[in-house]
Design a protein around this ligand. Structure first.
Ligand code: ADP
Length: 367
């Protein structure tokens, strides 16, 4: 296991694409770090530079105490797991898993011992003689994991390892990776575009966009205290509701004026919101912070929003309401027993203590 340090790292591909732009990242020993962001944001390039599969245009990368800029991938003592498994089709599972060790001239008994240990951890002992084409997607991914485990590397680098699996298998493999991580007690860097994977697996999450880090923090901080509008909207499902509007002041109280409704800004936010009086801001509220008023015992009239209920989507354990204020569409996630009528106006309660405000120009979080 090792800590990984990425300092002022940039990558410009031939042709001038700046895929990674001055990234700084410190990954602790035994930490599970997830890089997440939309396609093309530079997360794979960052990982591949750590792995040594891509040259670093600018900056420095350390693995442990070793500066690895000039160290070839095979000498970095890390193992990488890819989305497409990258198994050798003509080799059996045993041969695939032991290939790296054989290449490094490990003694036979040590190879057998390590492969056995890994197959036990992954539950694939019965597959050792099969070829990759005789395996399901999930089994192939386990073999790819096994091949990484036997190396006992200083760090595991995962590049979208679950993307080729169907939804159910992904969830299952996610929990397996979680268990694996607890068992192996080593450093993981994991790339995904899937915010649920990021939230559930990461000790910390790095959210990237356009080659730049937007925020690096633990999952709940990312969710509750996003650094900007992009992070707020990328993390969370359904995505946070965003509305443009203005901050106004009436009788020493501040309100968010959406155009069709006004909701009162809680006192705790007054100090930071005061400079925005009269100005346009972006208002954000998550679907779970909006309630059907019928189910709220005490609601201040200052928090009530009237909106048309356009669609009711029961999901079993909860219900999504697709609402429209007349200016902005938004979604509420309410309890399974909430069944408002469709195509009718209804009253909703906004939990104003949970909302976010973003600067219209910089899109940075105000509060
Ligand atoms: P992500 O993993 O977040 O989807 P990538 O790191 O793969 O993003 O890519 C970041 C940017 O770099 C994208 O604009 C992509 O098109 C570009 N890119 C990736 N690989 C290459 C390459 N080999 N040559 C040129 N451009 C590349």
């Amino acid at each position: 296991m090792a800590q990984i340090s990425v300092r002022n790292v940039s990558k410009v591909y031939k042709g001038g694409v700046k895929a990674v732009d001055d990234v700084n990242l410190g990954i602790e020993n035994r930490e599970f770090m997830v890089l997440v962001g939309p396609s093309g944001c530079g997360k794979s390039t960052t990982l591949r530079m750590i792995a040594g599969l891509e040259e670093i245009t600018d900056g420095k990368i350390w693995i442990g105490n070793r500066l690895v800029n000039e160290v070839p991938a095979k000498d970095r003592d890390i193992a990488m797991v890819f989305q497409n498994y990258a198994l050798y089709p003509h080799m059996s599972v045993f041969e695939n898993m032991s290939f790296g060790l054989r290449l490094r001239k490990y003694p036979k008994h040590e190879i057998t011992r390590r492969v056995q240990e890994a197959t036990e951890i992954l539950g694939i002992k019965h597959l050792l003689d099969r070829r990759p084409r005789q395996l399901s997607g999930g089994e192939r991914q386990r073999v790819a994991l096994g091949r990484a485990i036997v190396r006992k590397p200083q760090a595991f680098l995962f590049d979208e390892p679950l993307s080729n699996l169907d939804a159910k298998l992904r969830v299952q493999m996610r929990t397996e990776i979680h268990k694996l991580r607890l068992r192996l007690q080593t450093t993981f860097v994991y790339v995904t575009h899937d915010q649920t994977e990021a939230m559930t697996l990461g000790d910390r999450i790095v959210v990237m966009k356009d080659g730049k880090i937007q925020q690096c923090a633990d999952p709940m901080t990312i969710y509750d205290k996003p650094a900007n509008k992009f992070v707020a909207s990328f993390i969370g499902s359904p995505p946070i509701n965003l509305m443009n509007g203005r901050v106004i002041k009436k009788e020493r109280k501040y309100y968010f004026d959406e155009g069709k409704f006004q909701t009162r800004i809680v006192e705790a936010m007054h100090a930071v919101m005061a400079p925005y009086e009269g100005k346009e801001v972006i208002f954000g509220i998550r679907a779970e912070d909006i309630y059907d008023k019928l189910f709220v015992s005490e609601a201040s009239p200052d928090n009530i929003v009237r909106a048309a209920c356009e669609v009711v989507e029961p999901l079993g354990s909860e219900v999504y309401l697709y609402l429209n204020s007349g200016k902005n569409p938004f979604i509420a996630r309410v309890g399974a027993h909430n069944r408002p009528e469709v195509n009718r106006d209804m009253d909703l309660v906004f939990d104003m203590s949970k909302v976010h405000f973003f600067d219209r120009e910089t899109e940075k979080t105000i509060v």
